[in-house]
Design a protein around this ligand. Structure first.
Ligand code: ACO
Length: 311
């Protein structure tokens, strides 16, 4: 890239002027945005699987309607994000194919199973809670289409977090057995939720450049700390215990000291060895293959219309 153009681009970012699809941008900026937005879109789509798993078994009609609406919202989030990525010159089909053959990732968290109804509460509370913590600052991200998609997504995501907390409240105030289920869900999902923010700042490959470009607004560790600080009082209110013996308020830093997740497990999940990686990719591949006739039909229809127009 031309150094003069690069300096101009950086000055624009520093002045908080949004980058729009037709503007000049460094190839690295375009590439990392496609990676991040694409990965984010895939996460929304794959994220429907662990929750969709409980739609038919929700305990009441009301809970079923709420969960159905939430899972549909996630599909919508995926679509806004694919549309944002397409403005960078990649097609949705290409992105999907890269997910299906393992060239692109989705969030590590969705490789963990939802074993019972309490997990649906914990996913809403912790996973959507972590997602919002990461996504609220992304509303100010430098790429216009991504930042605008984030505004709407965050509104819906905060409803998701509250519905999860509401399930946890019901369980935590329920029978002894229900309270135990809520605690067990927290025990299993706590560390995988902390992993959602990505590796420690020392291990994060993209943070420095992407923060300079304002693609990322905070480091991984900053957001993880904020998440812990916000979530501990919520757990206390529920009467549940965060599974971390080292969790302790640190007056000097004005936040909690906490234990890191097992990073070996995290990198192992990224390599495809989490409890549900195979299932998730099989489900997405099956959906893609099963939908081939619809895509073919639409293409044939478009072709017929085009031919009729030019005739
Ligand atoms: N799951 C899977 N992969 C991850 C995760 C994670 N939780 N965290 C980091 N990684 C990967 C990165 O993609 C990168 O690998 P790559 O270069 O092969 O793509 C590698 O680990 C190193 O990490 P970083 O350099 O820190 O990566 P990055 O700067 O992209 O930060 C983060 C990761 C914070 C997740 C960032 O991409 C981001 O903010 N993304 C948008 C939010 C998002 O994707 N949310 C999805 C979950 S929320 C939901 O969908 C409900």
């Amino acid at each position: 890239d031309d150094p003069e153009k690069l300096a101009e681009f950086q000055a624009k970012i520093d002045a908080d002027i949004k980058v729009e699809p037709r503007d000049w941008m460094p190839e690295g900026y375009r590439k990392t945005l496609i990676r991040q937005i694409g990965q984010h879109a895939h996460s929304e789509i794959v994220g429907q699987l662990p929750e969709g798993n409980w739609i038919t078994r929700a305990p009441t009609l009301e809970r079923k309607m709420i969960l159905l609406a939430k899972v549909q919202d996630e599909a919508g989030h995926g679509l806004y994000l694919y549309a944002a990525a397409e403005t960078l010159g990649v097609s949705r089909d290409e992105l999907t194919e890269m997910l299906l053959d393992g060239r692109m990732k989705y969030s590590s968290i969705f490789n963990y199973p939802t074993l019972n109804w309490a997990d649906i509460g914990a996913v809403g509370w912790l996973v959507d809670g972590a997602a919002i913590m990461n996504q609220v600052p992304l509303q100010r991200t430098s790429y216009g289409p991504y930042s605008r998609a984030m505004i709407r997504i965050c509104k819906e995501e905060s409803f998701h977090q509250r519905q999860g907390y509401d399930i946890m409240m019901k369980m935590a105030q329920g029978t002894e057995a229900q309270k135990k289920m809520a605690q067990d869900a927290l025990n299993r999902l706590w560390y995988p939720s902390l992993m959602m923010f990505g590796p420690s700042d020392a291990e994060s490959v993209h943070s420095t450049q992407n923060m300079a470009w304002k693609i990322k607004m905070n480091t991984n560790d900053e957001l993880r700390q904020k998440f812990v600080d916000q979530t501990v009082p919520q757990a206390e209110y529920l009467g549940l215990t965060i599974p971390d013996e080292n969790l302790k308020w640190n007056e000097d830093k004005g936040g909690y000291d906490y234990s890191d997740p097992d990073w070996t497990e995290f990198f192992n999940v990224l390599k495809g060895n989490g409890p549900c990686n195979t299932d998730r990719l099989e489900a997405r591949n099956k959906a893609w293959d099963d939908g081939a006739w619809v895509r073919d039909g639409l293409m044939a229809h478009a072709e017929k219309k085009r031919a009729a127009k030019t005739a």
